[in-house]
Design a protein around this ligand. Structure first.
Ligand code: ATP
Length: 236
Protein backbone atom coordinates (compact mmCIF):
# COMPACT_ATOMS: atom_id res chain seq x y z
CA UNK A 1 0.00 0.00 0.00
CA UNK A 2 2.80 2.38 0.93
CA UNK A 3 6.36 2.21 -0.36
CA UNK A 4 9.08 4.55 0.86
CA UNK A 5 12.29 4.53 -1.15
CA UNK A 6 15.56 6.09 -0.05
CA UNK A 7 13.85 8.95 1.80
CA UNK A 8 16.01 11.73 3.26
CA UNK A 9 14.72 14.72 5.21
CA UNK A 10 16.76 17.58 6.67
CA UNK A 11 16.22 20.57 8.90
CA UNK A 12 18.93 22.85 7.56
CA UNK A 13 22.20 21.06 8.26
CA UNK A 14 20.55 18.35 10.43
CA UNK A 15 19.84 15.12 8.55
CA UNK A 16 16.87 13.86 10.56
CA UNK A 17 16.07 11.02 8.12
CA UNK A 18 18.94 9.63 6.07
CA UNK A 19 17.94 7.41 3.18
CA UNK A 20 15.31 5.10 4.68
CA UNK A 21 13.27 2.55 2.72
CA UNK A 22 10.31 0.52 3.95
CA UNK A 23 7.06 -1.03 2.82
CA UNK A 24 3.66 -1.33 4.41
CA UNK A 25 1.36 -4.05 3.08
CA UNK A 26 -2.36 -3.43 2.74
CA UNK A 27 -4.27 -4.54 5.84
CA UNK A 28 -1.20 -4.77 8.06
CA UNK A 29 -0.12 -3.11 11.28
CA UNK A 30 3.50 -2.00 10.99
CA UNK A 31 5.42 -0.35 13.79
CA UNK A 32 8.27 2.13 13.56
CA UNK A 33 10.38 2.00 16.71
CA UNK A 34 13.21 4.18 17.90
CA UNK A 35 14.39 6.36 20.75
CA UNK A 36 14.16 10.14 21.14
CA UNK A 37 15.26 12.05 18.07
CA UNK A 38 15.53 8.94 15.86
CA UNK A 39 13.46 10.58 13.11
CA UNK A 40 10.08 8.90 13.60
CA UNK A 41 7.93 12.04 13.72
CA UNK A 42 9.89 13.57 10.85
CA UNK A 43 9.10 10.47 8.77
CA UNK A 44 5.37 10.71 9.48
CA UNK A 45 5.28 14.45 8.77
CA UNK A 46 6.96 13.80 5.43
CA UNK A 47 4.48 11.04 4.52
CA UNK A 48 1.65 13.49 5.30
CA UNK A 49 3.15 16.25 3.15
CA UNK A 50 3.82 18.52 6.14
CA UNK A 51 7.56 18.37 5.41
CA UNK A 52 9.29 18.13 2.04
CA UNK A 53 11.97 15.46 1.61
CA UNK A 54 15.43 16.33 0.35
CA UNK A 55 15.33 13.19 -1.78
CA UNK A 56 13.53 9.88 -2.14
CA UNK A 57 10.10 8.70 -3.17
CA UNK A 58 6.80 7.92 -1.45
CA UNK A 59 4.29 5.77 -3.33
CA UNK A 60 0.77 5.31 -1.97
CA UNK A 61 -1.61 2.85 -3.66
CA UNK A 62 0.59 2.91 -6.75
CA UNK A 63 0.72 6.72 -7.00
CA UNK A 64 3.76 8.92 -6.40
CA UNK A 65 2.63 11.29 -3.59
CA UNK A 66 6.10 12.63 -2.69
CA UNK A 67 5.39 16.24 -3.63
CA UNK A 68 1.62 16.43 -3.17
CA UNK A 69 0.21 19.02 -0.75
CA UNK A 70 -1.19 17.68 2.55
CA UNK A 71 -4.86 18.13 1.73
CA UNK A 72 -4.46 16.05 -1.43
CA UNK A 73 -2.67 13.33 0.51
CA UNK A 74 -5.51 13.26 3.08
CA UNK A 75 -8.03 13.12 0.25
CA UNK A 76 -6.32 9.97 -1.07
CA UNK A 77 -6.98 8.22 2.24
CA UNK A 78 -3.86 8.78 4.30
CA UNK A 79 -4.83 9.79 7.86
CA UNK A 80 -2.50 11.08 10.57
CA UNK A 81 -3.00 11.17 14.34
CA UNK A 82 -0.21 13.53 15.41
CA UNK A 83 2.02 13.28 18.45
CA UNK A 84 0.47 15.12 21.38
CA UNK A 85 -2.99 14.56 19.87
CA UNK A 86 -3.48 18.20 18.79
CA UNK A 87 -7.22 18.28 19.35
CA UNK A 88 -8.92 21.67 19.04
CA UNK A 89 -9.01 22.43 22.77
CA UNK A 90 -11.74 25.08 22.65
CA UNK A 91 -14.08 23.08 20.46
CA UNK A 92 -16.45 20.34 21.63
CA UNK A 93 -16.02 16.63 20.90
CA UNK A 94 -18.73 16.90 18.21
CA UNK A 95 -17.02 19.90 16.59
CA UNK A 96 -13.62 18.18 16.59
CA UNK A 97 -15.15 15.18 14.83
CA UNK A 98 -16.86 17.48 12.31
CA UNK A 99 -13.47 19.07 11.55
CA UNK A 100 -12.13 15.62 10.67
CA UNK A 101 -14.82 15.27 8.02
CA UNK A 102 -14.21 18.66 6.38
CA UNK A 103 -13.33 17.11 3.01
CA UNK A 104 -16.65 15.25 2.97
CA UNK A 105 -18.97 17.94 4.36
CA UNK A 106 -21.35 17.61 1.40
CA UNK A 107 -21.98 13.93 2.16
CA UNK A 108 -23.88 14.35 5.43
CA UNK A 109 -25.52 10.91 5.55
CA UNK A 110 -22.24 8.96 5.21
CA UNK A 111 -20.52 11.34 7.64
CA UNK A 112 -23.24 10.64 10.23
CA UNK A 113 -22.77 6.89 9.70
CA UNK A 114 -19.02 7.17 10.21
CA UNK A 115 -19.58 9.23 13.35
CA UNK A 116 -21.82 6.44 14.66
CA UNK A 117 -18.98 3.96 13.97
CA UNK A 118 -16.59 6.20 15.87
CA UNK A 119 -19.01 6.22 18.82
CA UNK A 120 -19.26 2.41 18.66
CA UNK A 121 -15.47 2.18 18.88
CA UNK A 122 -15.19 4.89 21.55
CA UNK A 123 -18.48 5.05 23.53
CA UNK A 124 -16.83 7.51 25.89
CA UNK A 125 -16.74 10.13 23.13
CA UNK A 126 -20.51 9.83 22.75
CA UNK A 127 -20.96 10.36 26.49
CA UNK A 128 -18.87 13.52 26.23
CA UNK A 129 -20.14 14.79 22.91
CA UNK A 130 -20.73 18.37 24.11
CA UNK A 131 -17.67 18.57 26.35
CA UNK A 132 -14.84 20.89 25.37
CA UNK A 133 -11.90 18.83 24.08
CA UNK A 134 -9.39 20.66 26.29
CA UNK A 135 -11.17 19.38 29.41
CA UNK A 136 -10.95 15.69 28.37
CA UNK A 137 -8.34 13.42 29.98
CA UNK A 138 -5.21 12.58 27.98
CA UNK A 139 -6.60 9.16 27.04
CA UNK A 140 -9.94 10.64 25.98
CA UNK A 141 -8.15 13.25 23.86
CA UNK A 142 -6.25 10.41 22.19
CA UNK A 143 -9.57 8.68 21.44
CA UNK A 144 -10.87 11.94 19.99
CA UNK A 145 -7.75 12.43 17.85
CA UNK A 146 -8.17 8.90 16.45
CA UNK A 147 -11.91 9.46 15.96
CA UNK A 148 -11.27 12.74 14.16
CA UNK A 149 -8.82 11.00 11.81
CA UNK A 150 -11.39 8.23 11.14
CA UNK A 151 -13.94 10.91 10.11
CA UNK A 152 -11.62 11.68 7.17
CA UNK A 153 -12.24 8.10 5.85
CA UNK A 154 -8.64 6.89 5.79
CA UNK A 155 -7.48 3.69 4.11
CA UNK A 156 -4.20 4.09 5.92
CA UNK A 157 -3.76 5.57 9.39
CA UNK A 158 -0.53 6.76 10.99
CA UNK A 159 -0.45 7.08 14.78
CA UNK A 160 2.40 8.99 16.40
CA UNK A 161 3.08 7.80 19.97
CA UNK A 162 -0.53 7.08 20.98
CA UNK A 163 0.60 5.92 24.45
CA UNK A 164 2.46 9.14 25.29
CA UNK A 165 1.27 10.76 28.54
CA UNK A 166 -1.66 8.39 29.01
CA UNK A 167 -2.65 6.42 32.12
CA UNK A 168 -1.55 2.74 31.81
CA UNK A 169 -5.14 1.44 32.00
CA UNK A 170 -6.18 3.58 29.03
CA UNK A 171 -3.07 2.65 27.03
CA UNK A 172 -4.31 -0.97 26.90
CA UNK A 173 -7.73 0.23 25.75
CA UNK A 174 -6.23 2.46 23.04
CA UNK A 175 -4.09 -0.40 21.70
CA UNK A 176 -7.10 -2.76 21.67
CA UNK A 177 -8.99 -0.13 19.70
CA UNK A 178 -6.16 0.21 17.19
CA UNK A 179 -6.39 -3.54 16.53
CA UNK A 180 -10.20 -3.28 16.28
CA UNK A 181 -9.94 -0.43 13.75
CA UNK A 182 -7.49 -2.50 11.69
CA UNK A 183 -9.60 -5.70 11.80
CA UNK A 184 -13.14 -4.38 11.50
CA UNK A 185 -12.60 -1.35 9.26
CA UNK A 186 -9.79 -2.86 7.19
CA UNK A 187 -7.62 0.22 7.78
CA UNK A 188 -3.87 -0.31 7.38
CA UNK A 189 -1.90 1.07 10.34
CA UNK A 190 1.55 2.60 10.76
CA UNK A 191 2.28 2.90 14.46
CA UNK A 192 5.14 4.99 15.83
CA UNK A 193 5.94 4.07 19.41
CA UNK A 194 8.52 4.24 22.12
CA UNK A 195 6.57 1.57 24.02
CA UNK A 196 8.17 -1.17 21.93
CA UNK A 197 6.75 -4.14 23.83
CA UNK A 198 3.17 -3.07 23.28
CA UNK A 199 3.73 -2.00 19.67
CA UNK A 200 5.37 -5.31 18.72
CA UNK A 201 2.55 -7.22 20.40
CA UNK A 202 -0.09 -5.81 18.04
CA UNK A 203 1.96 -5.32 14.87
CA UNK A 204 2.91 -7.82 12.18
CA UNK A 205 6.18 -6.15 11.13
CA UNK A 206 8.52 -3.60 12.60
CA UNK A 207 11.32 -1.23 11.60
CA UNK A 208 13.83 0.22 14.03
CA UNK A 209 15.09 3.72 13.38
CA UNK A 210 18.29 5.10 14.94
CA UNK A 211 19.59 8.59 14.12
CA UNK A 212 17.75 8.66 10.82
CA UNK A 213 18.70 5.16 9.64
CA UNK A 214 16.77 1.90 9.68
CA UNK A 215 19.05 -0.42 11.63
CA UNK A 216 16.81 -3.45 11.88
CA UNK A 217 13.53 -4.77 10.49
CA UNK A 218 11.46 -7.93 10.31
CA UNK A 219 8.37 -9.73 11.58
CA UNK A 220 7.41 -8.40 15.02
CA UNK A 221 7.86 -11.82 16.68
CA UNK A 222 11.46 -11.95 15.42
CA UNK A 223 12.17 -8.41 16.62
CA UNK A 224 10.83 -9.27 20.06
CA UNK A 225 13.27 -12.17 20.27
CA UNK A 226 16.27 -10.15 19.00
CA UNK A 227 18.77 -9.87 21.92
CA UNK A 228 20.12 -6.44 20.87
CA UNK A 229 16.63 -5.00 20.59
CA UNK A 230 15.65 -6.56 23.90
CA UNK A 231 18.56 -4.78 25.55
CA UNK A 232 17.97 -1.43 23.83
CA UNK A 233 14.18 -1.12 23.62
CA UNK A 234 12.37 -3.95 25.38
CA UNK A 235 13.60 -3.62 28.92
CA UNK A 236 16.26 -6.32 28.78
P1 ATP B 1 10.77 11.78 19.61
O1 ATP B 1 10.29 10.41 19.94
O2 ATP B 1 11.66 12.36 20.68
O3 ATP B 1 9.69 12.70 19.16
P2 ATP B 1 11.54 11.27 16.86
O4 ATP B 1 12.10 9.92 16.55
O5 ATP B 1 10.14 11.50 16.51
O6 ATP B 1 11.80 11.59 18.38
P3 ATP B 1 12.11 13.61 15.29
O7 ATP B 1 11.18 14.49 16.05
O8 ATP B 1 11.71 13.17 13.95
O9 ATP B 1 12.48 12.31 16.16
O10 ATP B 1 13.53 14.34 15.22
C1 ATP B 1 14.63 13.83 14.47
C2 ATP B 1 15.79 14.81 14.56
O11 ATP B 1 15.46 16.03 13.90
C3 ATP B 1 16.18 15.19 15.98
O12 ATP B 1 17.59 15.29 16.02
C4 ATP B 1 15.54 16.54 16.17
O13 ATP B 1 16.27 17.33 17.09
C5 ATP B 1 15.59 17.13 14.78
N1 ATP B 1 14.45 18.04 14.54
C6 ATP B 1 13.12 17.74 14.63
N2 ATP B 1 12.36 18.82 14.33
C7 ATP B 1 13.23 19.81 14.04
C8 ATP B 1 13.06 21.17 13.66
N3 ATP B 1 11.84 21.72 13.47
N4 ATP B 1 14.18 21.91 13.45
C9 ATP B 1 15.42 21.38 13.61
N5 ATP B 1 15.63 20.10 13.96
C10 ATP B 1 14.57 19.32 14.18
Amino acid sequence: MLTVTDLSVSYGAINAVAGISFEIPQGGIVTLLGGNGAGKTTTLHTLSGLLRPKSGKITFCGEDITRLPSHEIVARGLGHVPEGRMVFANLSVAENLAMGAFLHHADKARTAEIRDHVFEIFPRLKERIKQTAGTLSGGEQQMLAIGRALMGRPKFLMLDEPSLGIAPRLITTIFEKIVEINRTQGITILLVEQNANLALEISTHGYVLETGHIVCSGPSAELRANPQLKAAYLGG
